[in-house]
Write a protein that binds this ligand. Structure first.
Ligand code: ASP
Length: 585
């Protein structure tokens, strides 16, 4: 037996007991006649004491061989500590060691294994197994496990069955590139790793499973924007014989359950907002509604004067920045520099200071009088003391730029509080999205999403206006889930492929199996998928998903610990019948 207790349990109630403990040596303090060692495991830490007067000499001698991160096992007696540490459960006792085994030695770790470490990101990624020993990282994995368990419990209770779907499949269109795997047995052919189990979960509904869920890895070969992973985890769900309302209700229930179980937060009802409203009020389809700063559209109250920039703009729109009237000229210039950075891309910014006495001072006083500016303040909800920031230009770009400014200012002003939770549903997404590069419409969600019945007629005449039975769940400015009611008849599905520019042969080759299945009595169905990594991070009050994943990849999609991806050996390539030609340009 390696241990009688873990390193987080012993306290004054155990005084006098003989115990065995195992773990890693965290800190070693050798005062000559007395040596203290903190022994650590997943559960916590216990202080060991080797006392020359009371511990056998051979044991004290062996204790001097222990280095940081050695794996040790001790036997000893629980005694009361002199200088107590009330911050940890074992802080009032220590173990007077009587016997010691060194179970394994350790090289000196390349960084300190403490809550605050001296290791840089790369080093910690290379030695991830050491980083995992640090409480902040370990605790995030424990937290994730707790969230997963709560999800499984909730869904199982609601009759969802956990079904595994294959990883070696054919492309699923979720808008990213596929990761592909060559098939040795089928020369020249490749599997694609699932971007999601979308088609399989729909087939499970045709198969009569009725309610499905899976906590599943998905793979998308995208350029890694900050804090994305090429492989990530979804809570993937599908239900039969449901309408949109029942799906929203079920998964609002799941989210409420998590907020309550994990965060102790109770939320009555999640608000709902149409996509159109979200874009208009927040310039964003995943608005953070923990704070206001709603957009005020100003075309009506700005385009009657000689100011050409506004008169020629498709959209003039502003927000009120709380307390911004006190910004100095220099601070405002800095803000303008910020929104002109290529990442945001605005050309410039007009601003209005709303003075405490009710008057206004703007950067366009030449064109607009106090009454004009008062109208702007009304539209943006600006109060005395605020700064109105106004952007103009093409509608979509301007909204995106102002949304970036809104989020940045909220962060700077401390309005995005990690312990506050503001979920909301975004509904009525457009079915199709215009793509400038290919000059055609693409499915905004994916090609299996059903259009709203009342909009079907517009598919030919005004495709951009057709709304979908699609919804996203947003939490604190992040899309944490999204899904749709699916098309479940062959005719509509093939019409949809046609609109999306798939030839009949292409549609047949890629999705023939689904169309075939739809000919055998597919029930009406719909579903949703949550991004588990992000959801866990938000519930944990963190911005980054990285430490909630045991073995994450870096920003170039590399696992620098195992050094992947890597080249294949010539033998492997031969076996796969693959030749690698690296283009050197
Ligand atoms: N498969 C979709 C996704 O991964 C979610 C869904 O429609 O259920 O985003």
């Amino acid at each position: 037996m390696y241990r009688t207790h873990n390193n987080n349990t012993l306290n004054l109630k155990n005084l006098g007991e003989k115990v065995k403990l195992s773990g890693w040596a965290q800190t070693i303090r050798d005062k000559g006649f007395i040596i203290w060692i903190d022994i650590r495991d997943r559960y916590g830490m216990t202080q060991l004491v080797f006392d020359a007067e009371r511990t056998p000499e051979a044991v004290v001698k062996k204790a001097r061989e222990i280095g940081r991160e050695f794996v040790i096992q001790i036997e000893g007696e629980v005694i009361e500590r002199e200088s107590k540490n009330k911050n940890i459960p074992t802080g009032e006792i220590e173990i007077l060691v009587e016997d010691l085994q060194i179970l394994n030695s350790s090289k000196t770790p390349p960084f300190t294994i403490e809550d605050e470490t001296d290791g840089g990101e790369d080093l910690r990624m290379k030695y991830r197994y050491l980083d995992l020993r640090r409480s902040p990282v370990k605790n995030k994995l424990l937290f994730r496990s707790k969230v997963s368990m709560a999800i499984r419990n909730y869904l199982s209770q609601k009759d969802f069955v956990d079904v595994e779907t294959p990883y070696l499949i054919k492309s699923t269109p979720e808008g990213a590139r596929d990761f592909v795997v060559p098939s040795r047995m089928n020369e020249g052919q490749f599997y694609a790793l699932p971007q999601s189990p979308q088609t399989f979960k729909q087939l499970l509904m045709v198969g009569g499973l009725d309610k499905y869920f899976q906590i599943v890895k998905c793979f998308r070969d995208e350029d890694l924007r900050a804090d994305r992973q090429p492989e990530f985890t979804q809570i993937d769900c599908e239900m039969s014989f449901v309408d949109q309302e029942e799906i929203l209700d079920t998964f609002e229930g799941l989210t409420k359950h998590l907020l309550k179980e994990i965060n102790g937060v109770e939320i009555e009802k999640f608000p709902r907002m149409t996509y159109a409203d979200a874009m208009c009020k927040y310039g964003n389809d995943k608005p953070d509604i923990r704070f206001g700063m709603e957009f005020g559209e100003l075309n009506e109250v700005t385009q009657h004067k000689e100011f050409k920039v506004f008169n020629e703009a498709e959209l003039v729109v502003g927000i009120a920045i709380p307390g911004g009237a006190s910004y100095s000229r220099k601070e405002i210039d800095k803000l303008i520099d910020w929104i002109r950075r290529p990442q945001v891309g605005a050309k410039g910014m007009v601003y209005v200071k709303c003075n405490d006495d009710g008057s206004f001072k703007s950067s366009v006083d030449k064109f607009y009088d106090q009454d004009d500016l008062k109208a702007w303040a009304e539209k943006t909800g600006a109060k005395p003391g605020d700064l109105i920031a106004v952007l103009s230009g093409n509608k979509n770009e301007t909204r995106a730029q102002l949304s970036a400014l809104r989020m940045e200012m909220a962060t700077r002003l401390g309005l995005r509080k990690a312990d506050e939770f503001a979920p909301l549903w975004i509904v009525d997404f457009p079915l199709l999205e215009w793509d400038e590069d290919s000059k055609r419409f693409h499915a905004m969600h994916h090609p299996f999403t059903s259009p709203k019945t009342e909009d079907i007629d517009k598919l030919k005449s005004n495709p951009g206006e057709v709304r979908a039975n699609a919804y996203d769940l947003v939490l604190n400015g992040n899309e944490i889930g999204g899904g749709s009611i699916r098309i479940h008849d062959k005719e509509t599905q093939s019409k949809m492929f046609d609109y999306l520019g798939f030839s009949e042969e292409e549609a047949r080759a890629q999705f023939g199996f689904l169309m075939d299945a739809f000919e055998y009595g597919a029930p009406p169905h719909g579903g949703i998928a949550f991004g588990l990594d992000r959801l866990v991070a938000i519930l944990g009050g963190q911005e980054s998903i990285r430490d909630f994943i045991a073995f994450p990849k870096n920003n170039s999609g590399r696992d620098i610990m195992i050094d992947a991806p890597a080249q294949l050996s010539t033998d492997q390539l031969k076996e796969l019948n693959i030749e690698v030609k690296l283009s050197l340009d």
